[in-house]
Design a binder for this molecule. Structure first.
Ligand SMILES: [Fe+2]
Length: 669
């Protein structure tokens, strides 16, 4: 071997040996209790000497967790991981002997090398002693796992709220569908661990499995990417009664008892293992508050119908009676892509759901309105429950299938639920993706309260529904979004067409289009999930328009009849591509708005009036203009994407119209 090559090879070997293992997932927190926590992370190859250093906040005395206290899992270990990238190792460090209600900081080391980035704020807080009343803040999210911008905005809205109110989260509950579309390991990585990284590092997420995770995980065997991701109690490690399974479990946080059920592939019947365990668990708890959470809602008419679907009917008919006999206060679910919140109810087990004889308080539950819902201080069977569906954490595309007569608040928009428990009062708010509070109710538990069923309860109507969400049928156009897009368009000026760029959507490629004066019913047409064929859209090559001989698809009948038309196209962004190097090349007359994966990016020569109507200002299609999309990189992802454009003519009588876009990747990579 020539000496130079030997030298290069030894250098390479030196780098291989000395390079630190790289963390590919986490670190994140699991299974906290009053004296400990489990810290989980993954590396792309095995670590030599894994170690967690942790120290009590405000002190410097270092503690270590290493050796046998750190579980090591691979695809071939005793408790094997499901399909993961080659070489992946998952570490699960069980920290014990800690002080209750205490904040610790932590870092991950391989021998002497620190793997968690310096300056990153990694900390955890142990649970308060079981039974001790402690102010508690809980974040509840459902149906979030798209990896798209709406999910990020819902997360960001919570972070802002928490920062402004100077009150961090204590717990995070996920009510399922956290990794669309099949809950694979890769989908968990992209749609759960990446978007929530900053929160998962410092807050335990307690998860219930949704049907989408059920696409690759099995509740009965406890095997699959969902069960790899979560370290859930099986032997009452965090309080409650041992369930023996990770699929359903309970835990305590101070004087709050949490019960997580699995409504997808576990027997939901009263003689099933889950229901029998639930009876024992409820009988044993002495907590002041009981909160149940799972995926399939007992009461919904959003994107799912609890009067018609088996899992939902069974959770209502079989599980709700046990929950209310046990004195539950609050039920949190998802699955339906909507926010729905009930009045104070008891005994609503009928199919179909009816309001007669089951409403204990038909007020709005608002402290500044009809007043908080009142319940007895001690756990009391059938003393009233509030049921919340909060399946709007990222995925939306929903109309309602009717109205559940128990509901006080119905909001079709993206958001999440934040619950504060302090003393005898629980306050719950719905925070939308803009950070606006959209619902609030409280439950106060004081003295002895005996309810009488409300004879003629308040009834929700179509007017109760607030329809503001993107992708919601009948929602008014989002003027704020249109204005932001107009401003982004004003800043984003055309540049020179880049040389050597690769076409991700070729010039004159075929697009799905909707013309003839029709408008899409909801914002879904800008999302990947939209099925253009099913919705009766046509297909044809770009450009679209009439007159001036520059159109591949001639829109006969547009002149004198209508001013707007819509086009969309799915395309792939190859692995390794730099998302900041996308650009739109377009010839247009008069105005357009550009969308990607459900979000509006920018518009050109468009104005939206107070009533949400969009009109164009004059622009001639003289040549192809090029708009770099570098500031919109977060709207795109590697893999399947969709871009969509609405094209507008200045007026019906206009002599020409052109909408002729294609998509480039600068530098070809
Ligand atoms: Fe679901």
């Amino acid at each position: 071997m020539p000496p130079r090559l030997t030298c290069i090879l030894s250098l390479l070997l030196w780098f291989t040996v000395c390079a630190d293992a790289k963390i590919t997932r986490g670190p994140y927190l699991q299974q906290a209790h009053e004296e400990g926590v489990t810290i989980v992370w993954r590396t792309e190859e095995a670590m030599k000497e894994p170690r967690v250093s942790y120290w009590l906040g405000g002190t410097t005395a270092m503690n270590y967790c290493a050796g046998a206290k750190i579980g090591v899992r691979t695809m071939t270990s005793e408790q094997p991981l499901s399909k993961t990238p080659k070489g992946t190792v998952q570490y699960e460090a069980t920290l014990v002997g800690l002080k209750p209600s205490s904040t610790y900081r932590y870092a991950i080391y391989d021998g002497k090398s620190k793997l968690t980035e310096s300056g990153s704020d990694s900390h955890f807080k142990t649970h308060p002693p079981i039974g001790k009343a402690t102010p508690t803040r809980i974040w509840v999210v459902g149906d979030s796992g798209t990896g798209a911008q709406h999910q990020a905005l819902v997360h960001e809205a919570m972070l802002q709220y928490v920062a402004t109110s100077k009150r961090p989260l204590d717990l995070y509950l996920h009510v399922g569908d956290m990794a669309y579309s099949k809950g694979t390991d890769d989908q968990f990585q992209k749609n759960f661990f990446a978007p929530y990284r900053s929160t998962l590092r410092n807050t335990v997420c307690w998860g219930s499995m949704g049907n989408h995770e059920g696409g690759s995980s099995n509740g009965k065997t406890g095997v699959g990417p969902f069960y790899d991701a979560y370290v859930s109690p099986t032997h009452a490690e965090s309080g409650g009664v041992a369930s023996g399974r990770e699929a359903f479990y309970s835990f305590d946080y101070g004087n709050i008892h949490f019960i997580c059920l699995e409504s997808f592939d576990i027997n939901r019947k009263p003689d099933g293992e889950m229901a029998k365990w639930l009876v024992r668990d409820l009988a044993a708890t002495k907590a002041q508050w009981i909160i149940g959470f799972w995926h399939h809602p007992p009461y919904t008419k959003g994107s799912h119908d609890s009067d018609k679907e088996k899992e939902l009917v069974e959770m209502r008919e079989y599980i709700m009676p046990i929950m209310e006999e046990g004195g539950v206060d609050l039920i949190l679910t998802g699955h339906s892509h909507i926010y729905e919140r009930s009045m104070l109810i008891d005994g609503a087990y009928h199919t179909p759901t009816k309001a007669e004889g089951v409403i204990l308080d038909d007020g709005d539950g608002r402290p500044d309105g009809d007043g908080a819902y009142r319940k007895s201080a001690a756990i009391t069977p059938h003393n009233g429950t509030v049921a919340v569906v909060t399946g709007h954490g990222g995925k939306l595309g929903s109309d309602t299938k009717g109205i559940i007569p128990l509901n006080r608040s119905i909001v079709l928009d993206h958001g999440s639920t934040i619950i504060d428990i302090k003393g005898d009062t629980l306050t719950s708010i719905m925070l939308d993706l803009r950070g606006v509070e959209r619902d609030r109710f409280a439950i106060q538990k004081k003295g002895v309260i005996k309810h009488r069923v409300v004879a003629r309860p308040w009834k929700p109507t179509k007017k109760t529904e607030e329809r503001t969400g993107h992708g919601v049928k009948g929602a008014p156009k989002d003027r704020d979004a249109a204005e932001i897009a107009r401003k982004a368009g004003a800043k984003n000026l055309p540049k020179k067409l880049p040389k050597g760029a690769k076409s991700l959507i070729a010039r004159h490629a075929e697009w799905d289009y909707l013309a003839g004066g029709e408008e899409p019913e909801t914002g879904m047409w800008t999302m990947v999930e939209f099925d253009a064929r099913e919705e009766g859209w046509k297909r044809g090559p770009a450009g679209f328009g009439y007159s001036d001989d520059d159109d591949e698809t001639e829109l006969e009948g547009m002149k004198d009849n209508y001013t707007a038309m819509f086009i969309r196209r799915e395309f792939e962004i190859p692995a390794g591509a730099n998302l900041k190097r996308l650009g739109l090349a377009i010839s247009y007359d008069d105005g357009f708005a550009l969308y990607a994966n459900g979000s509006i990016l920018f518009s050109k020569h468009l104005e939206t009036n107070k009533r949400g109507k969009t009109t164009a200002t004059s622009h001639e299609a003289k040549k192809v203009e090029y708009f770099p999309l570098s500031s919109f990189a977060s709207a795109f992802k590697i893999g399947k994407n969709v871009i969509a454009l609405e094209g507008h003519n200045i007026k019906k009588e206009s002599t020409d119209f052109t909408l002729d876009p294609y998509l480039l990747l600068e530098g070809g990579k």
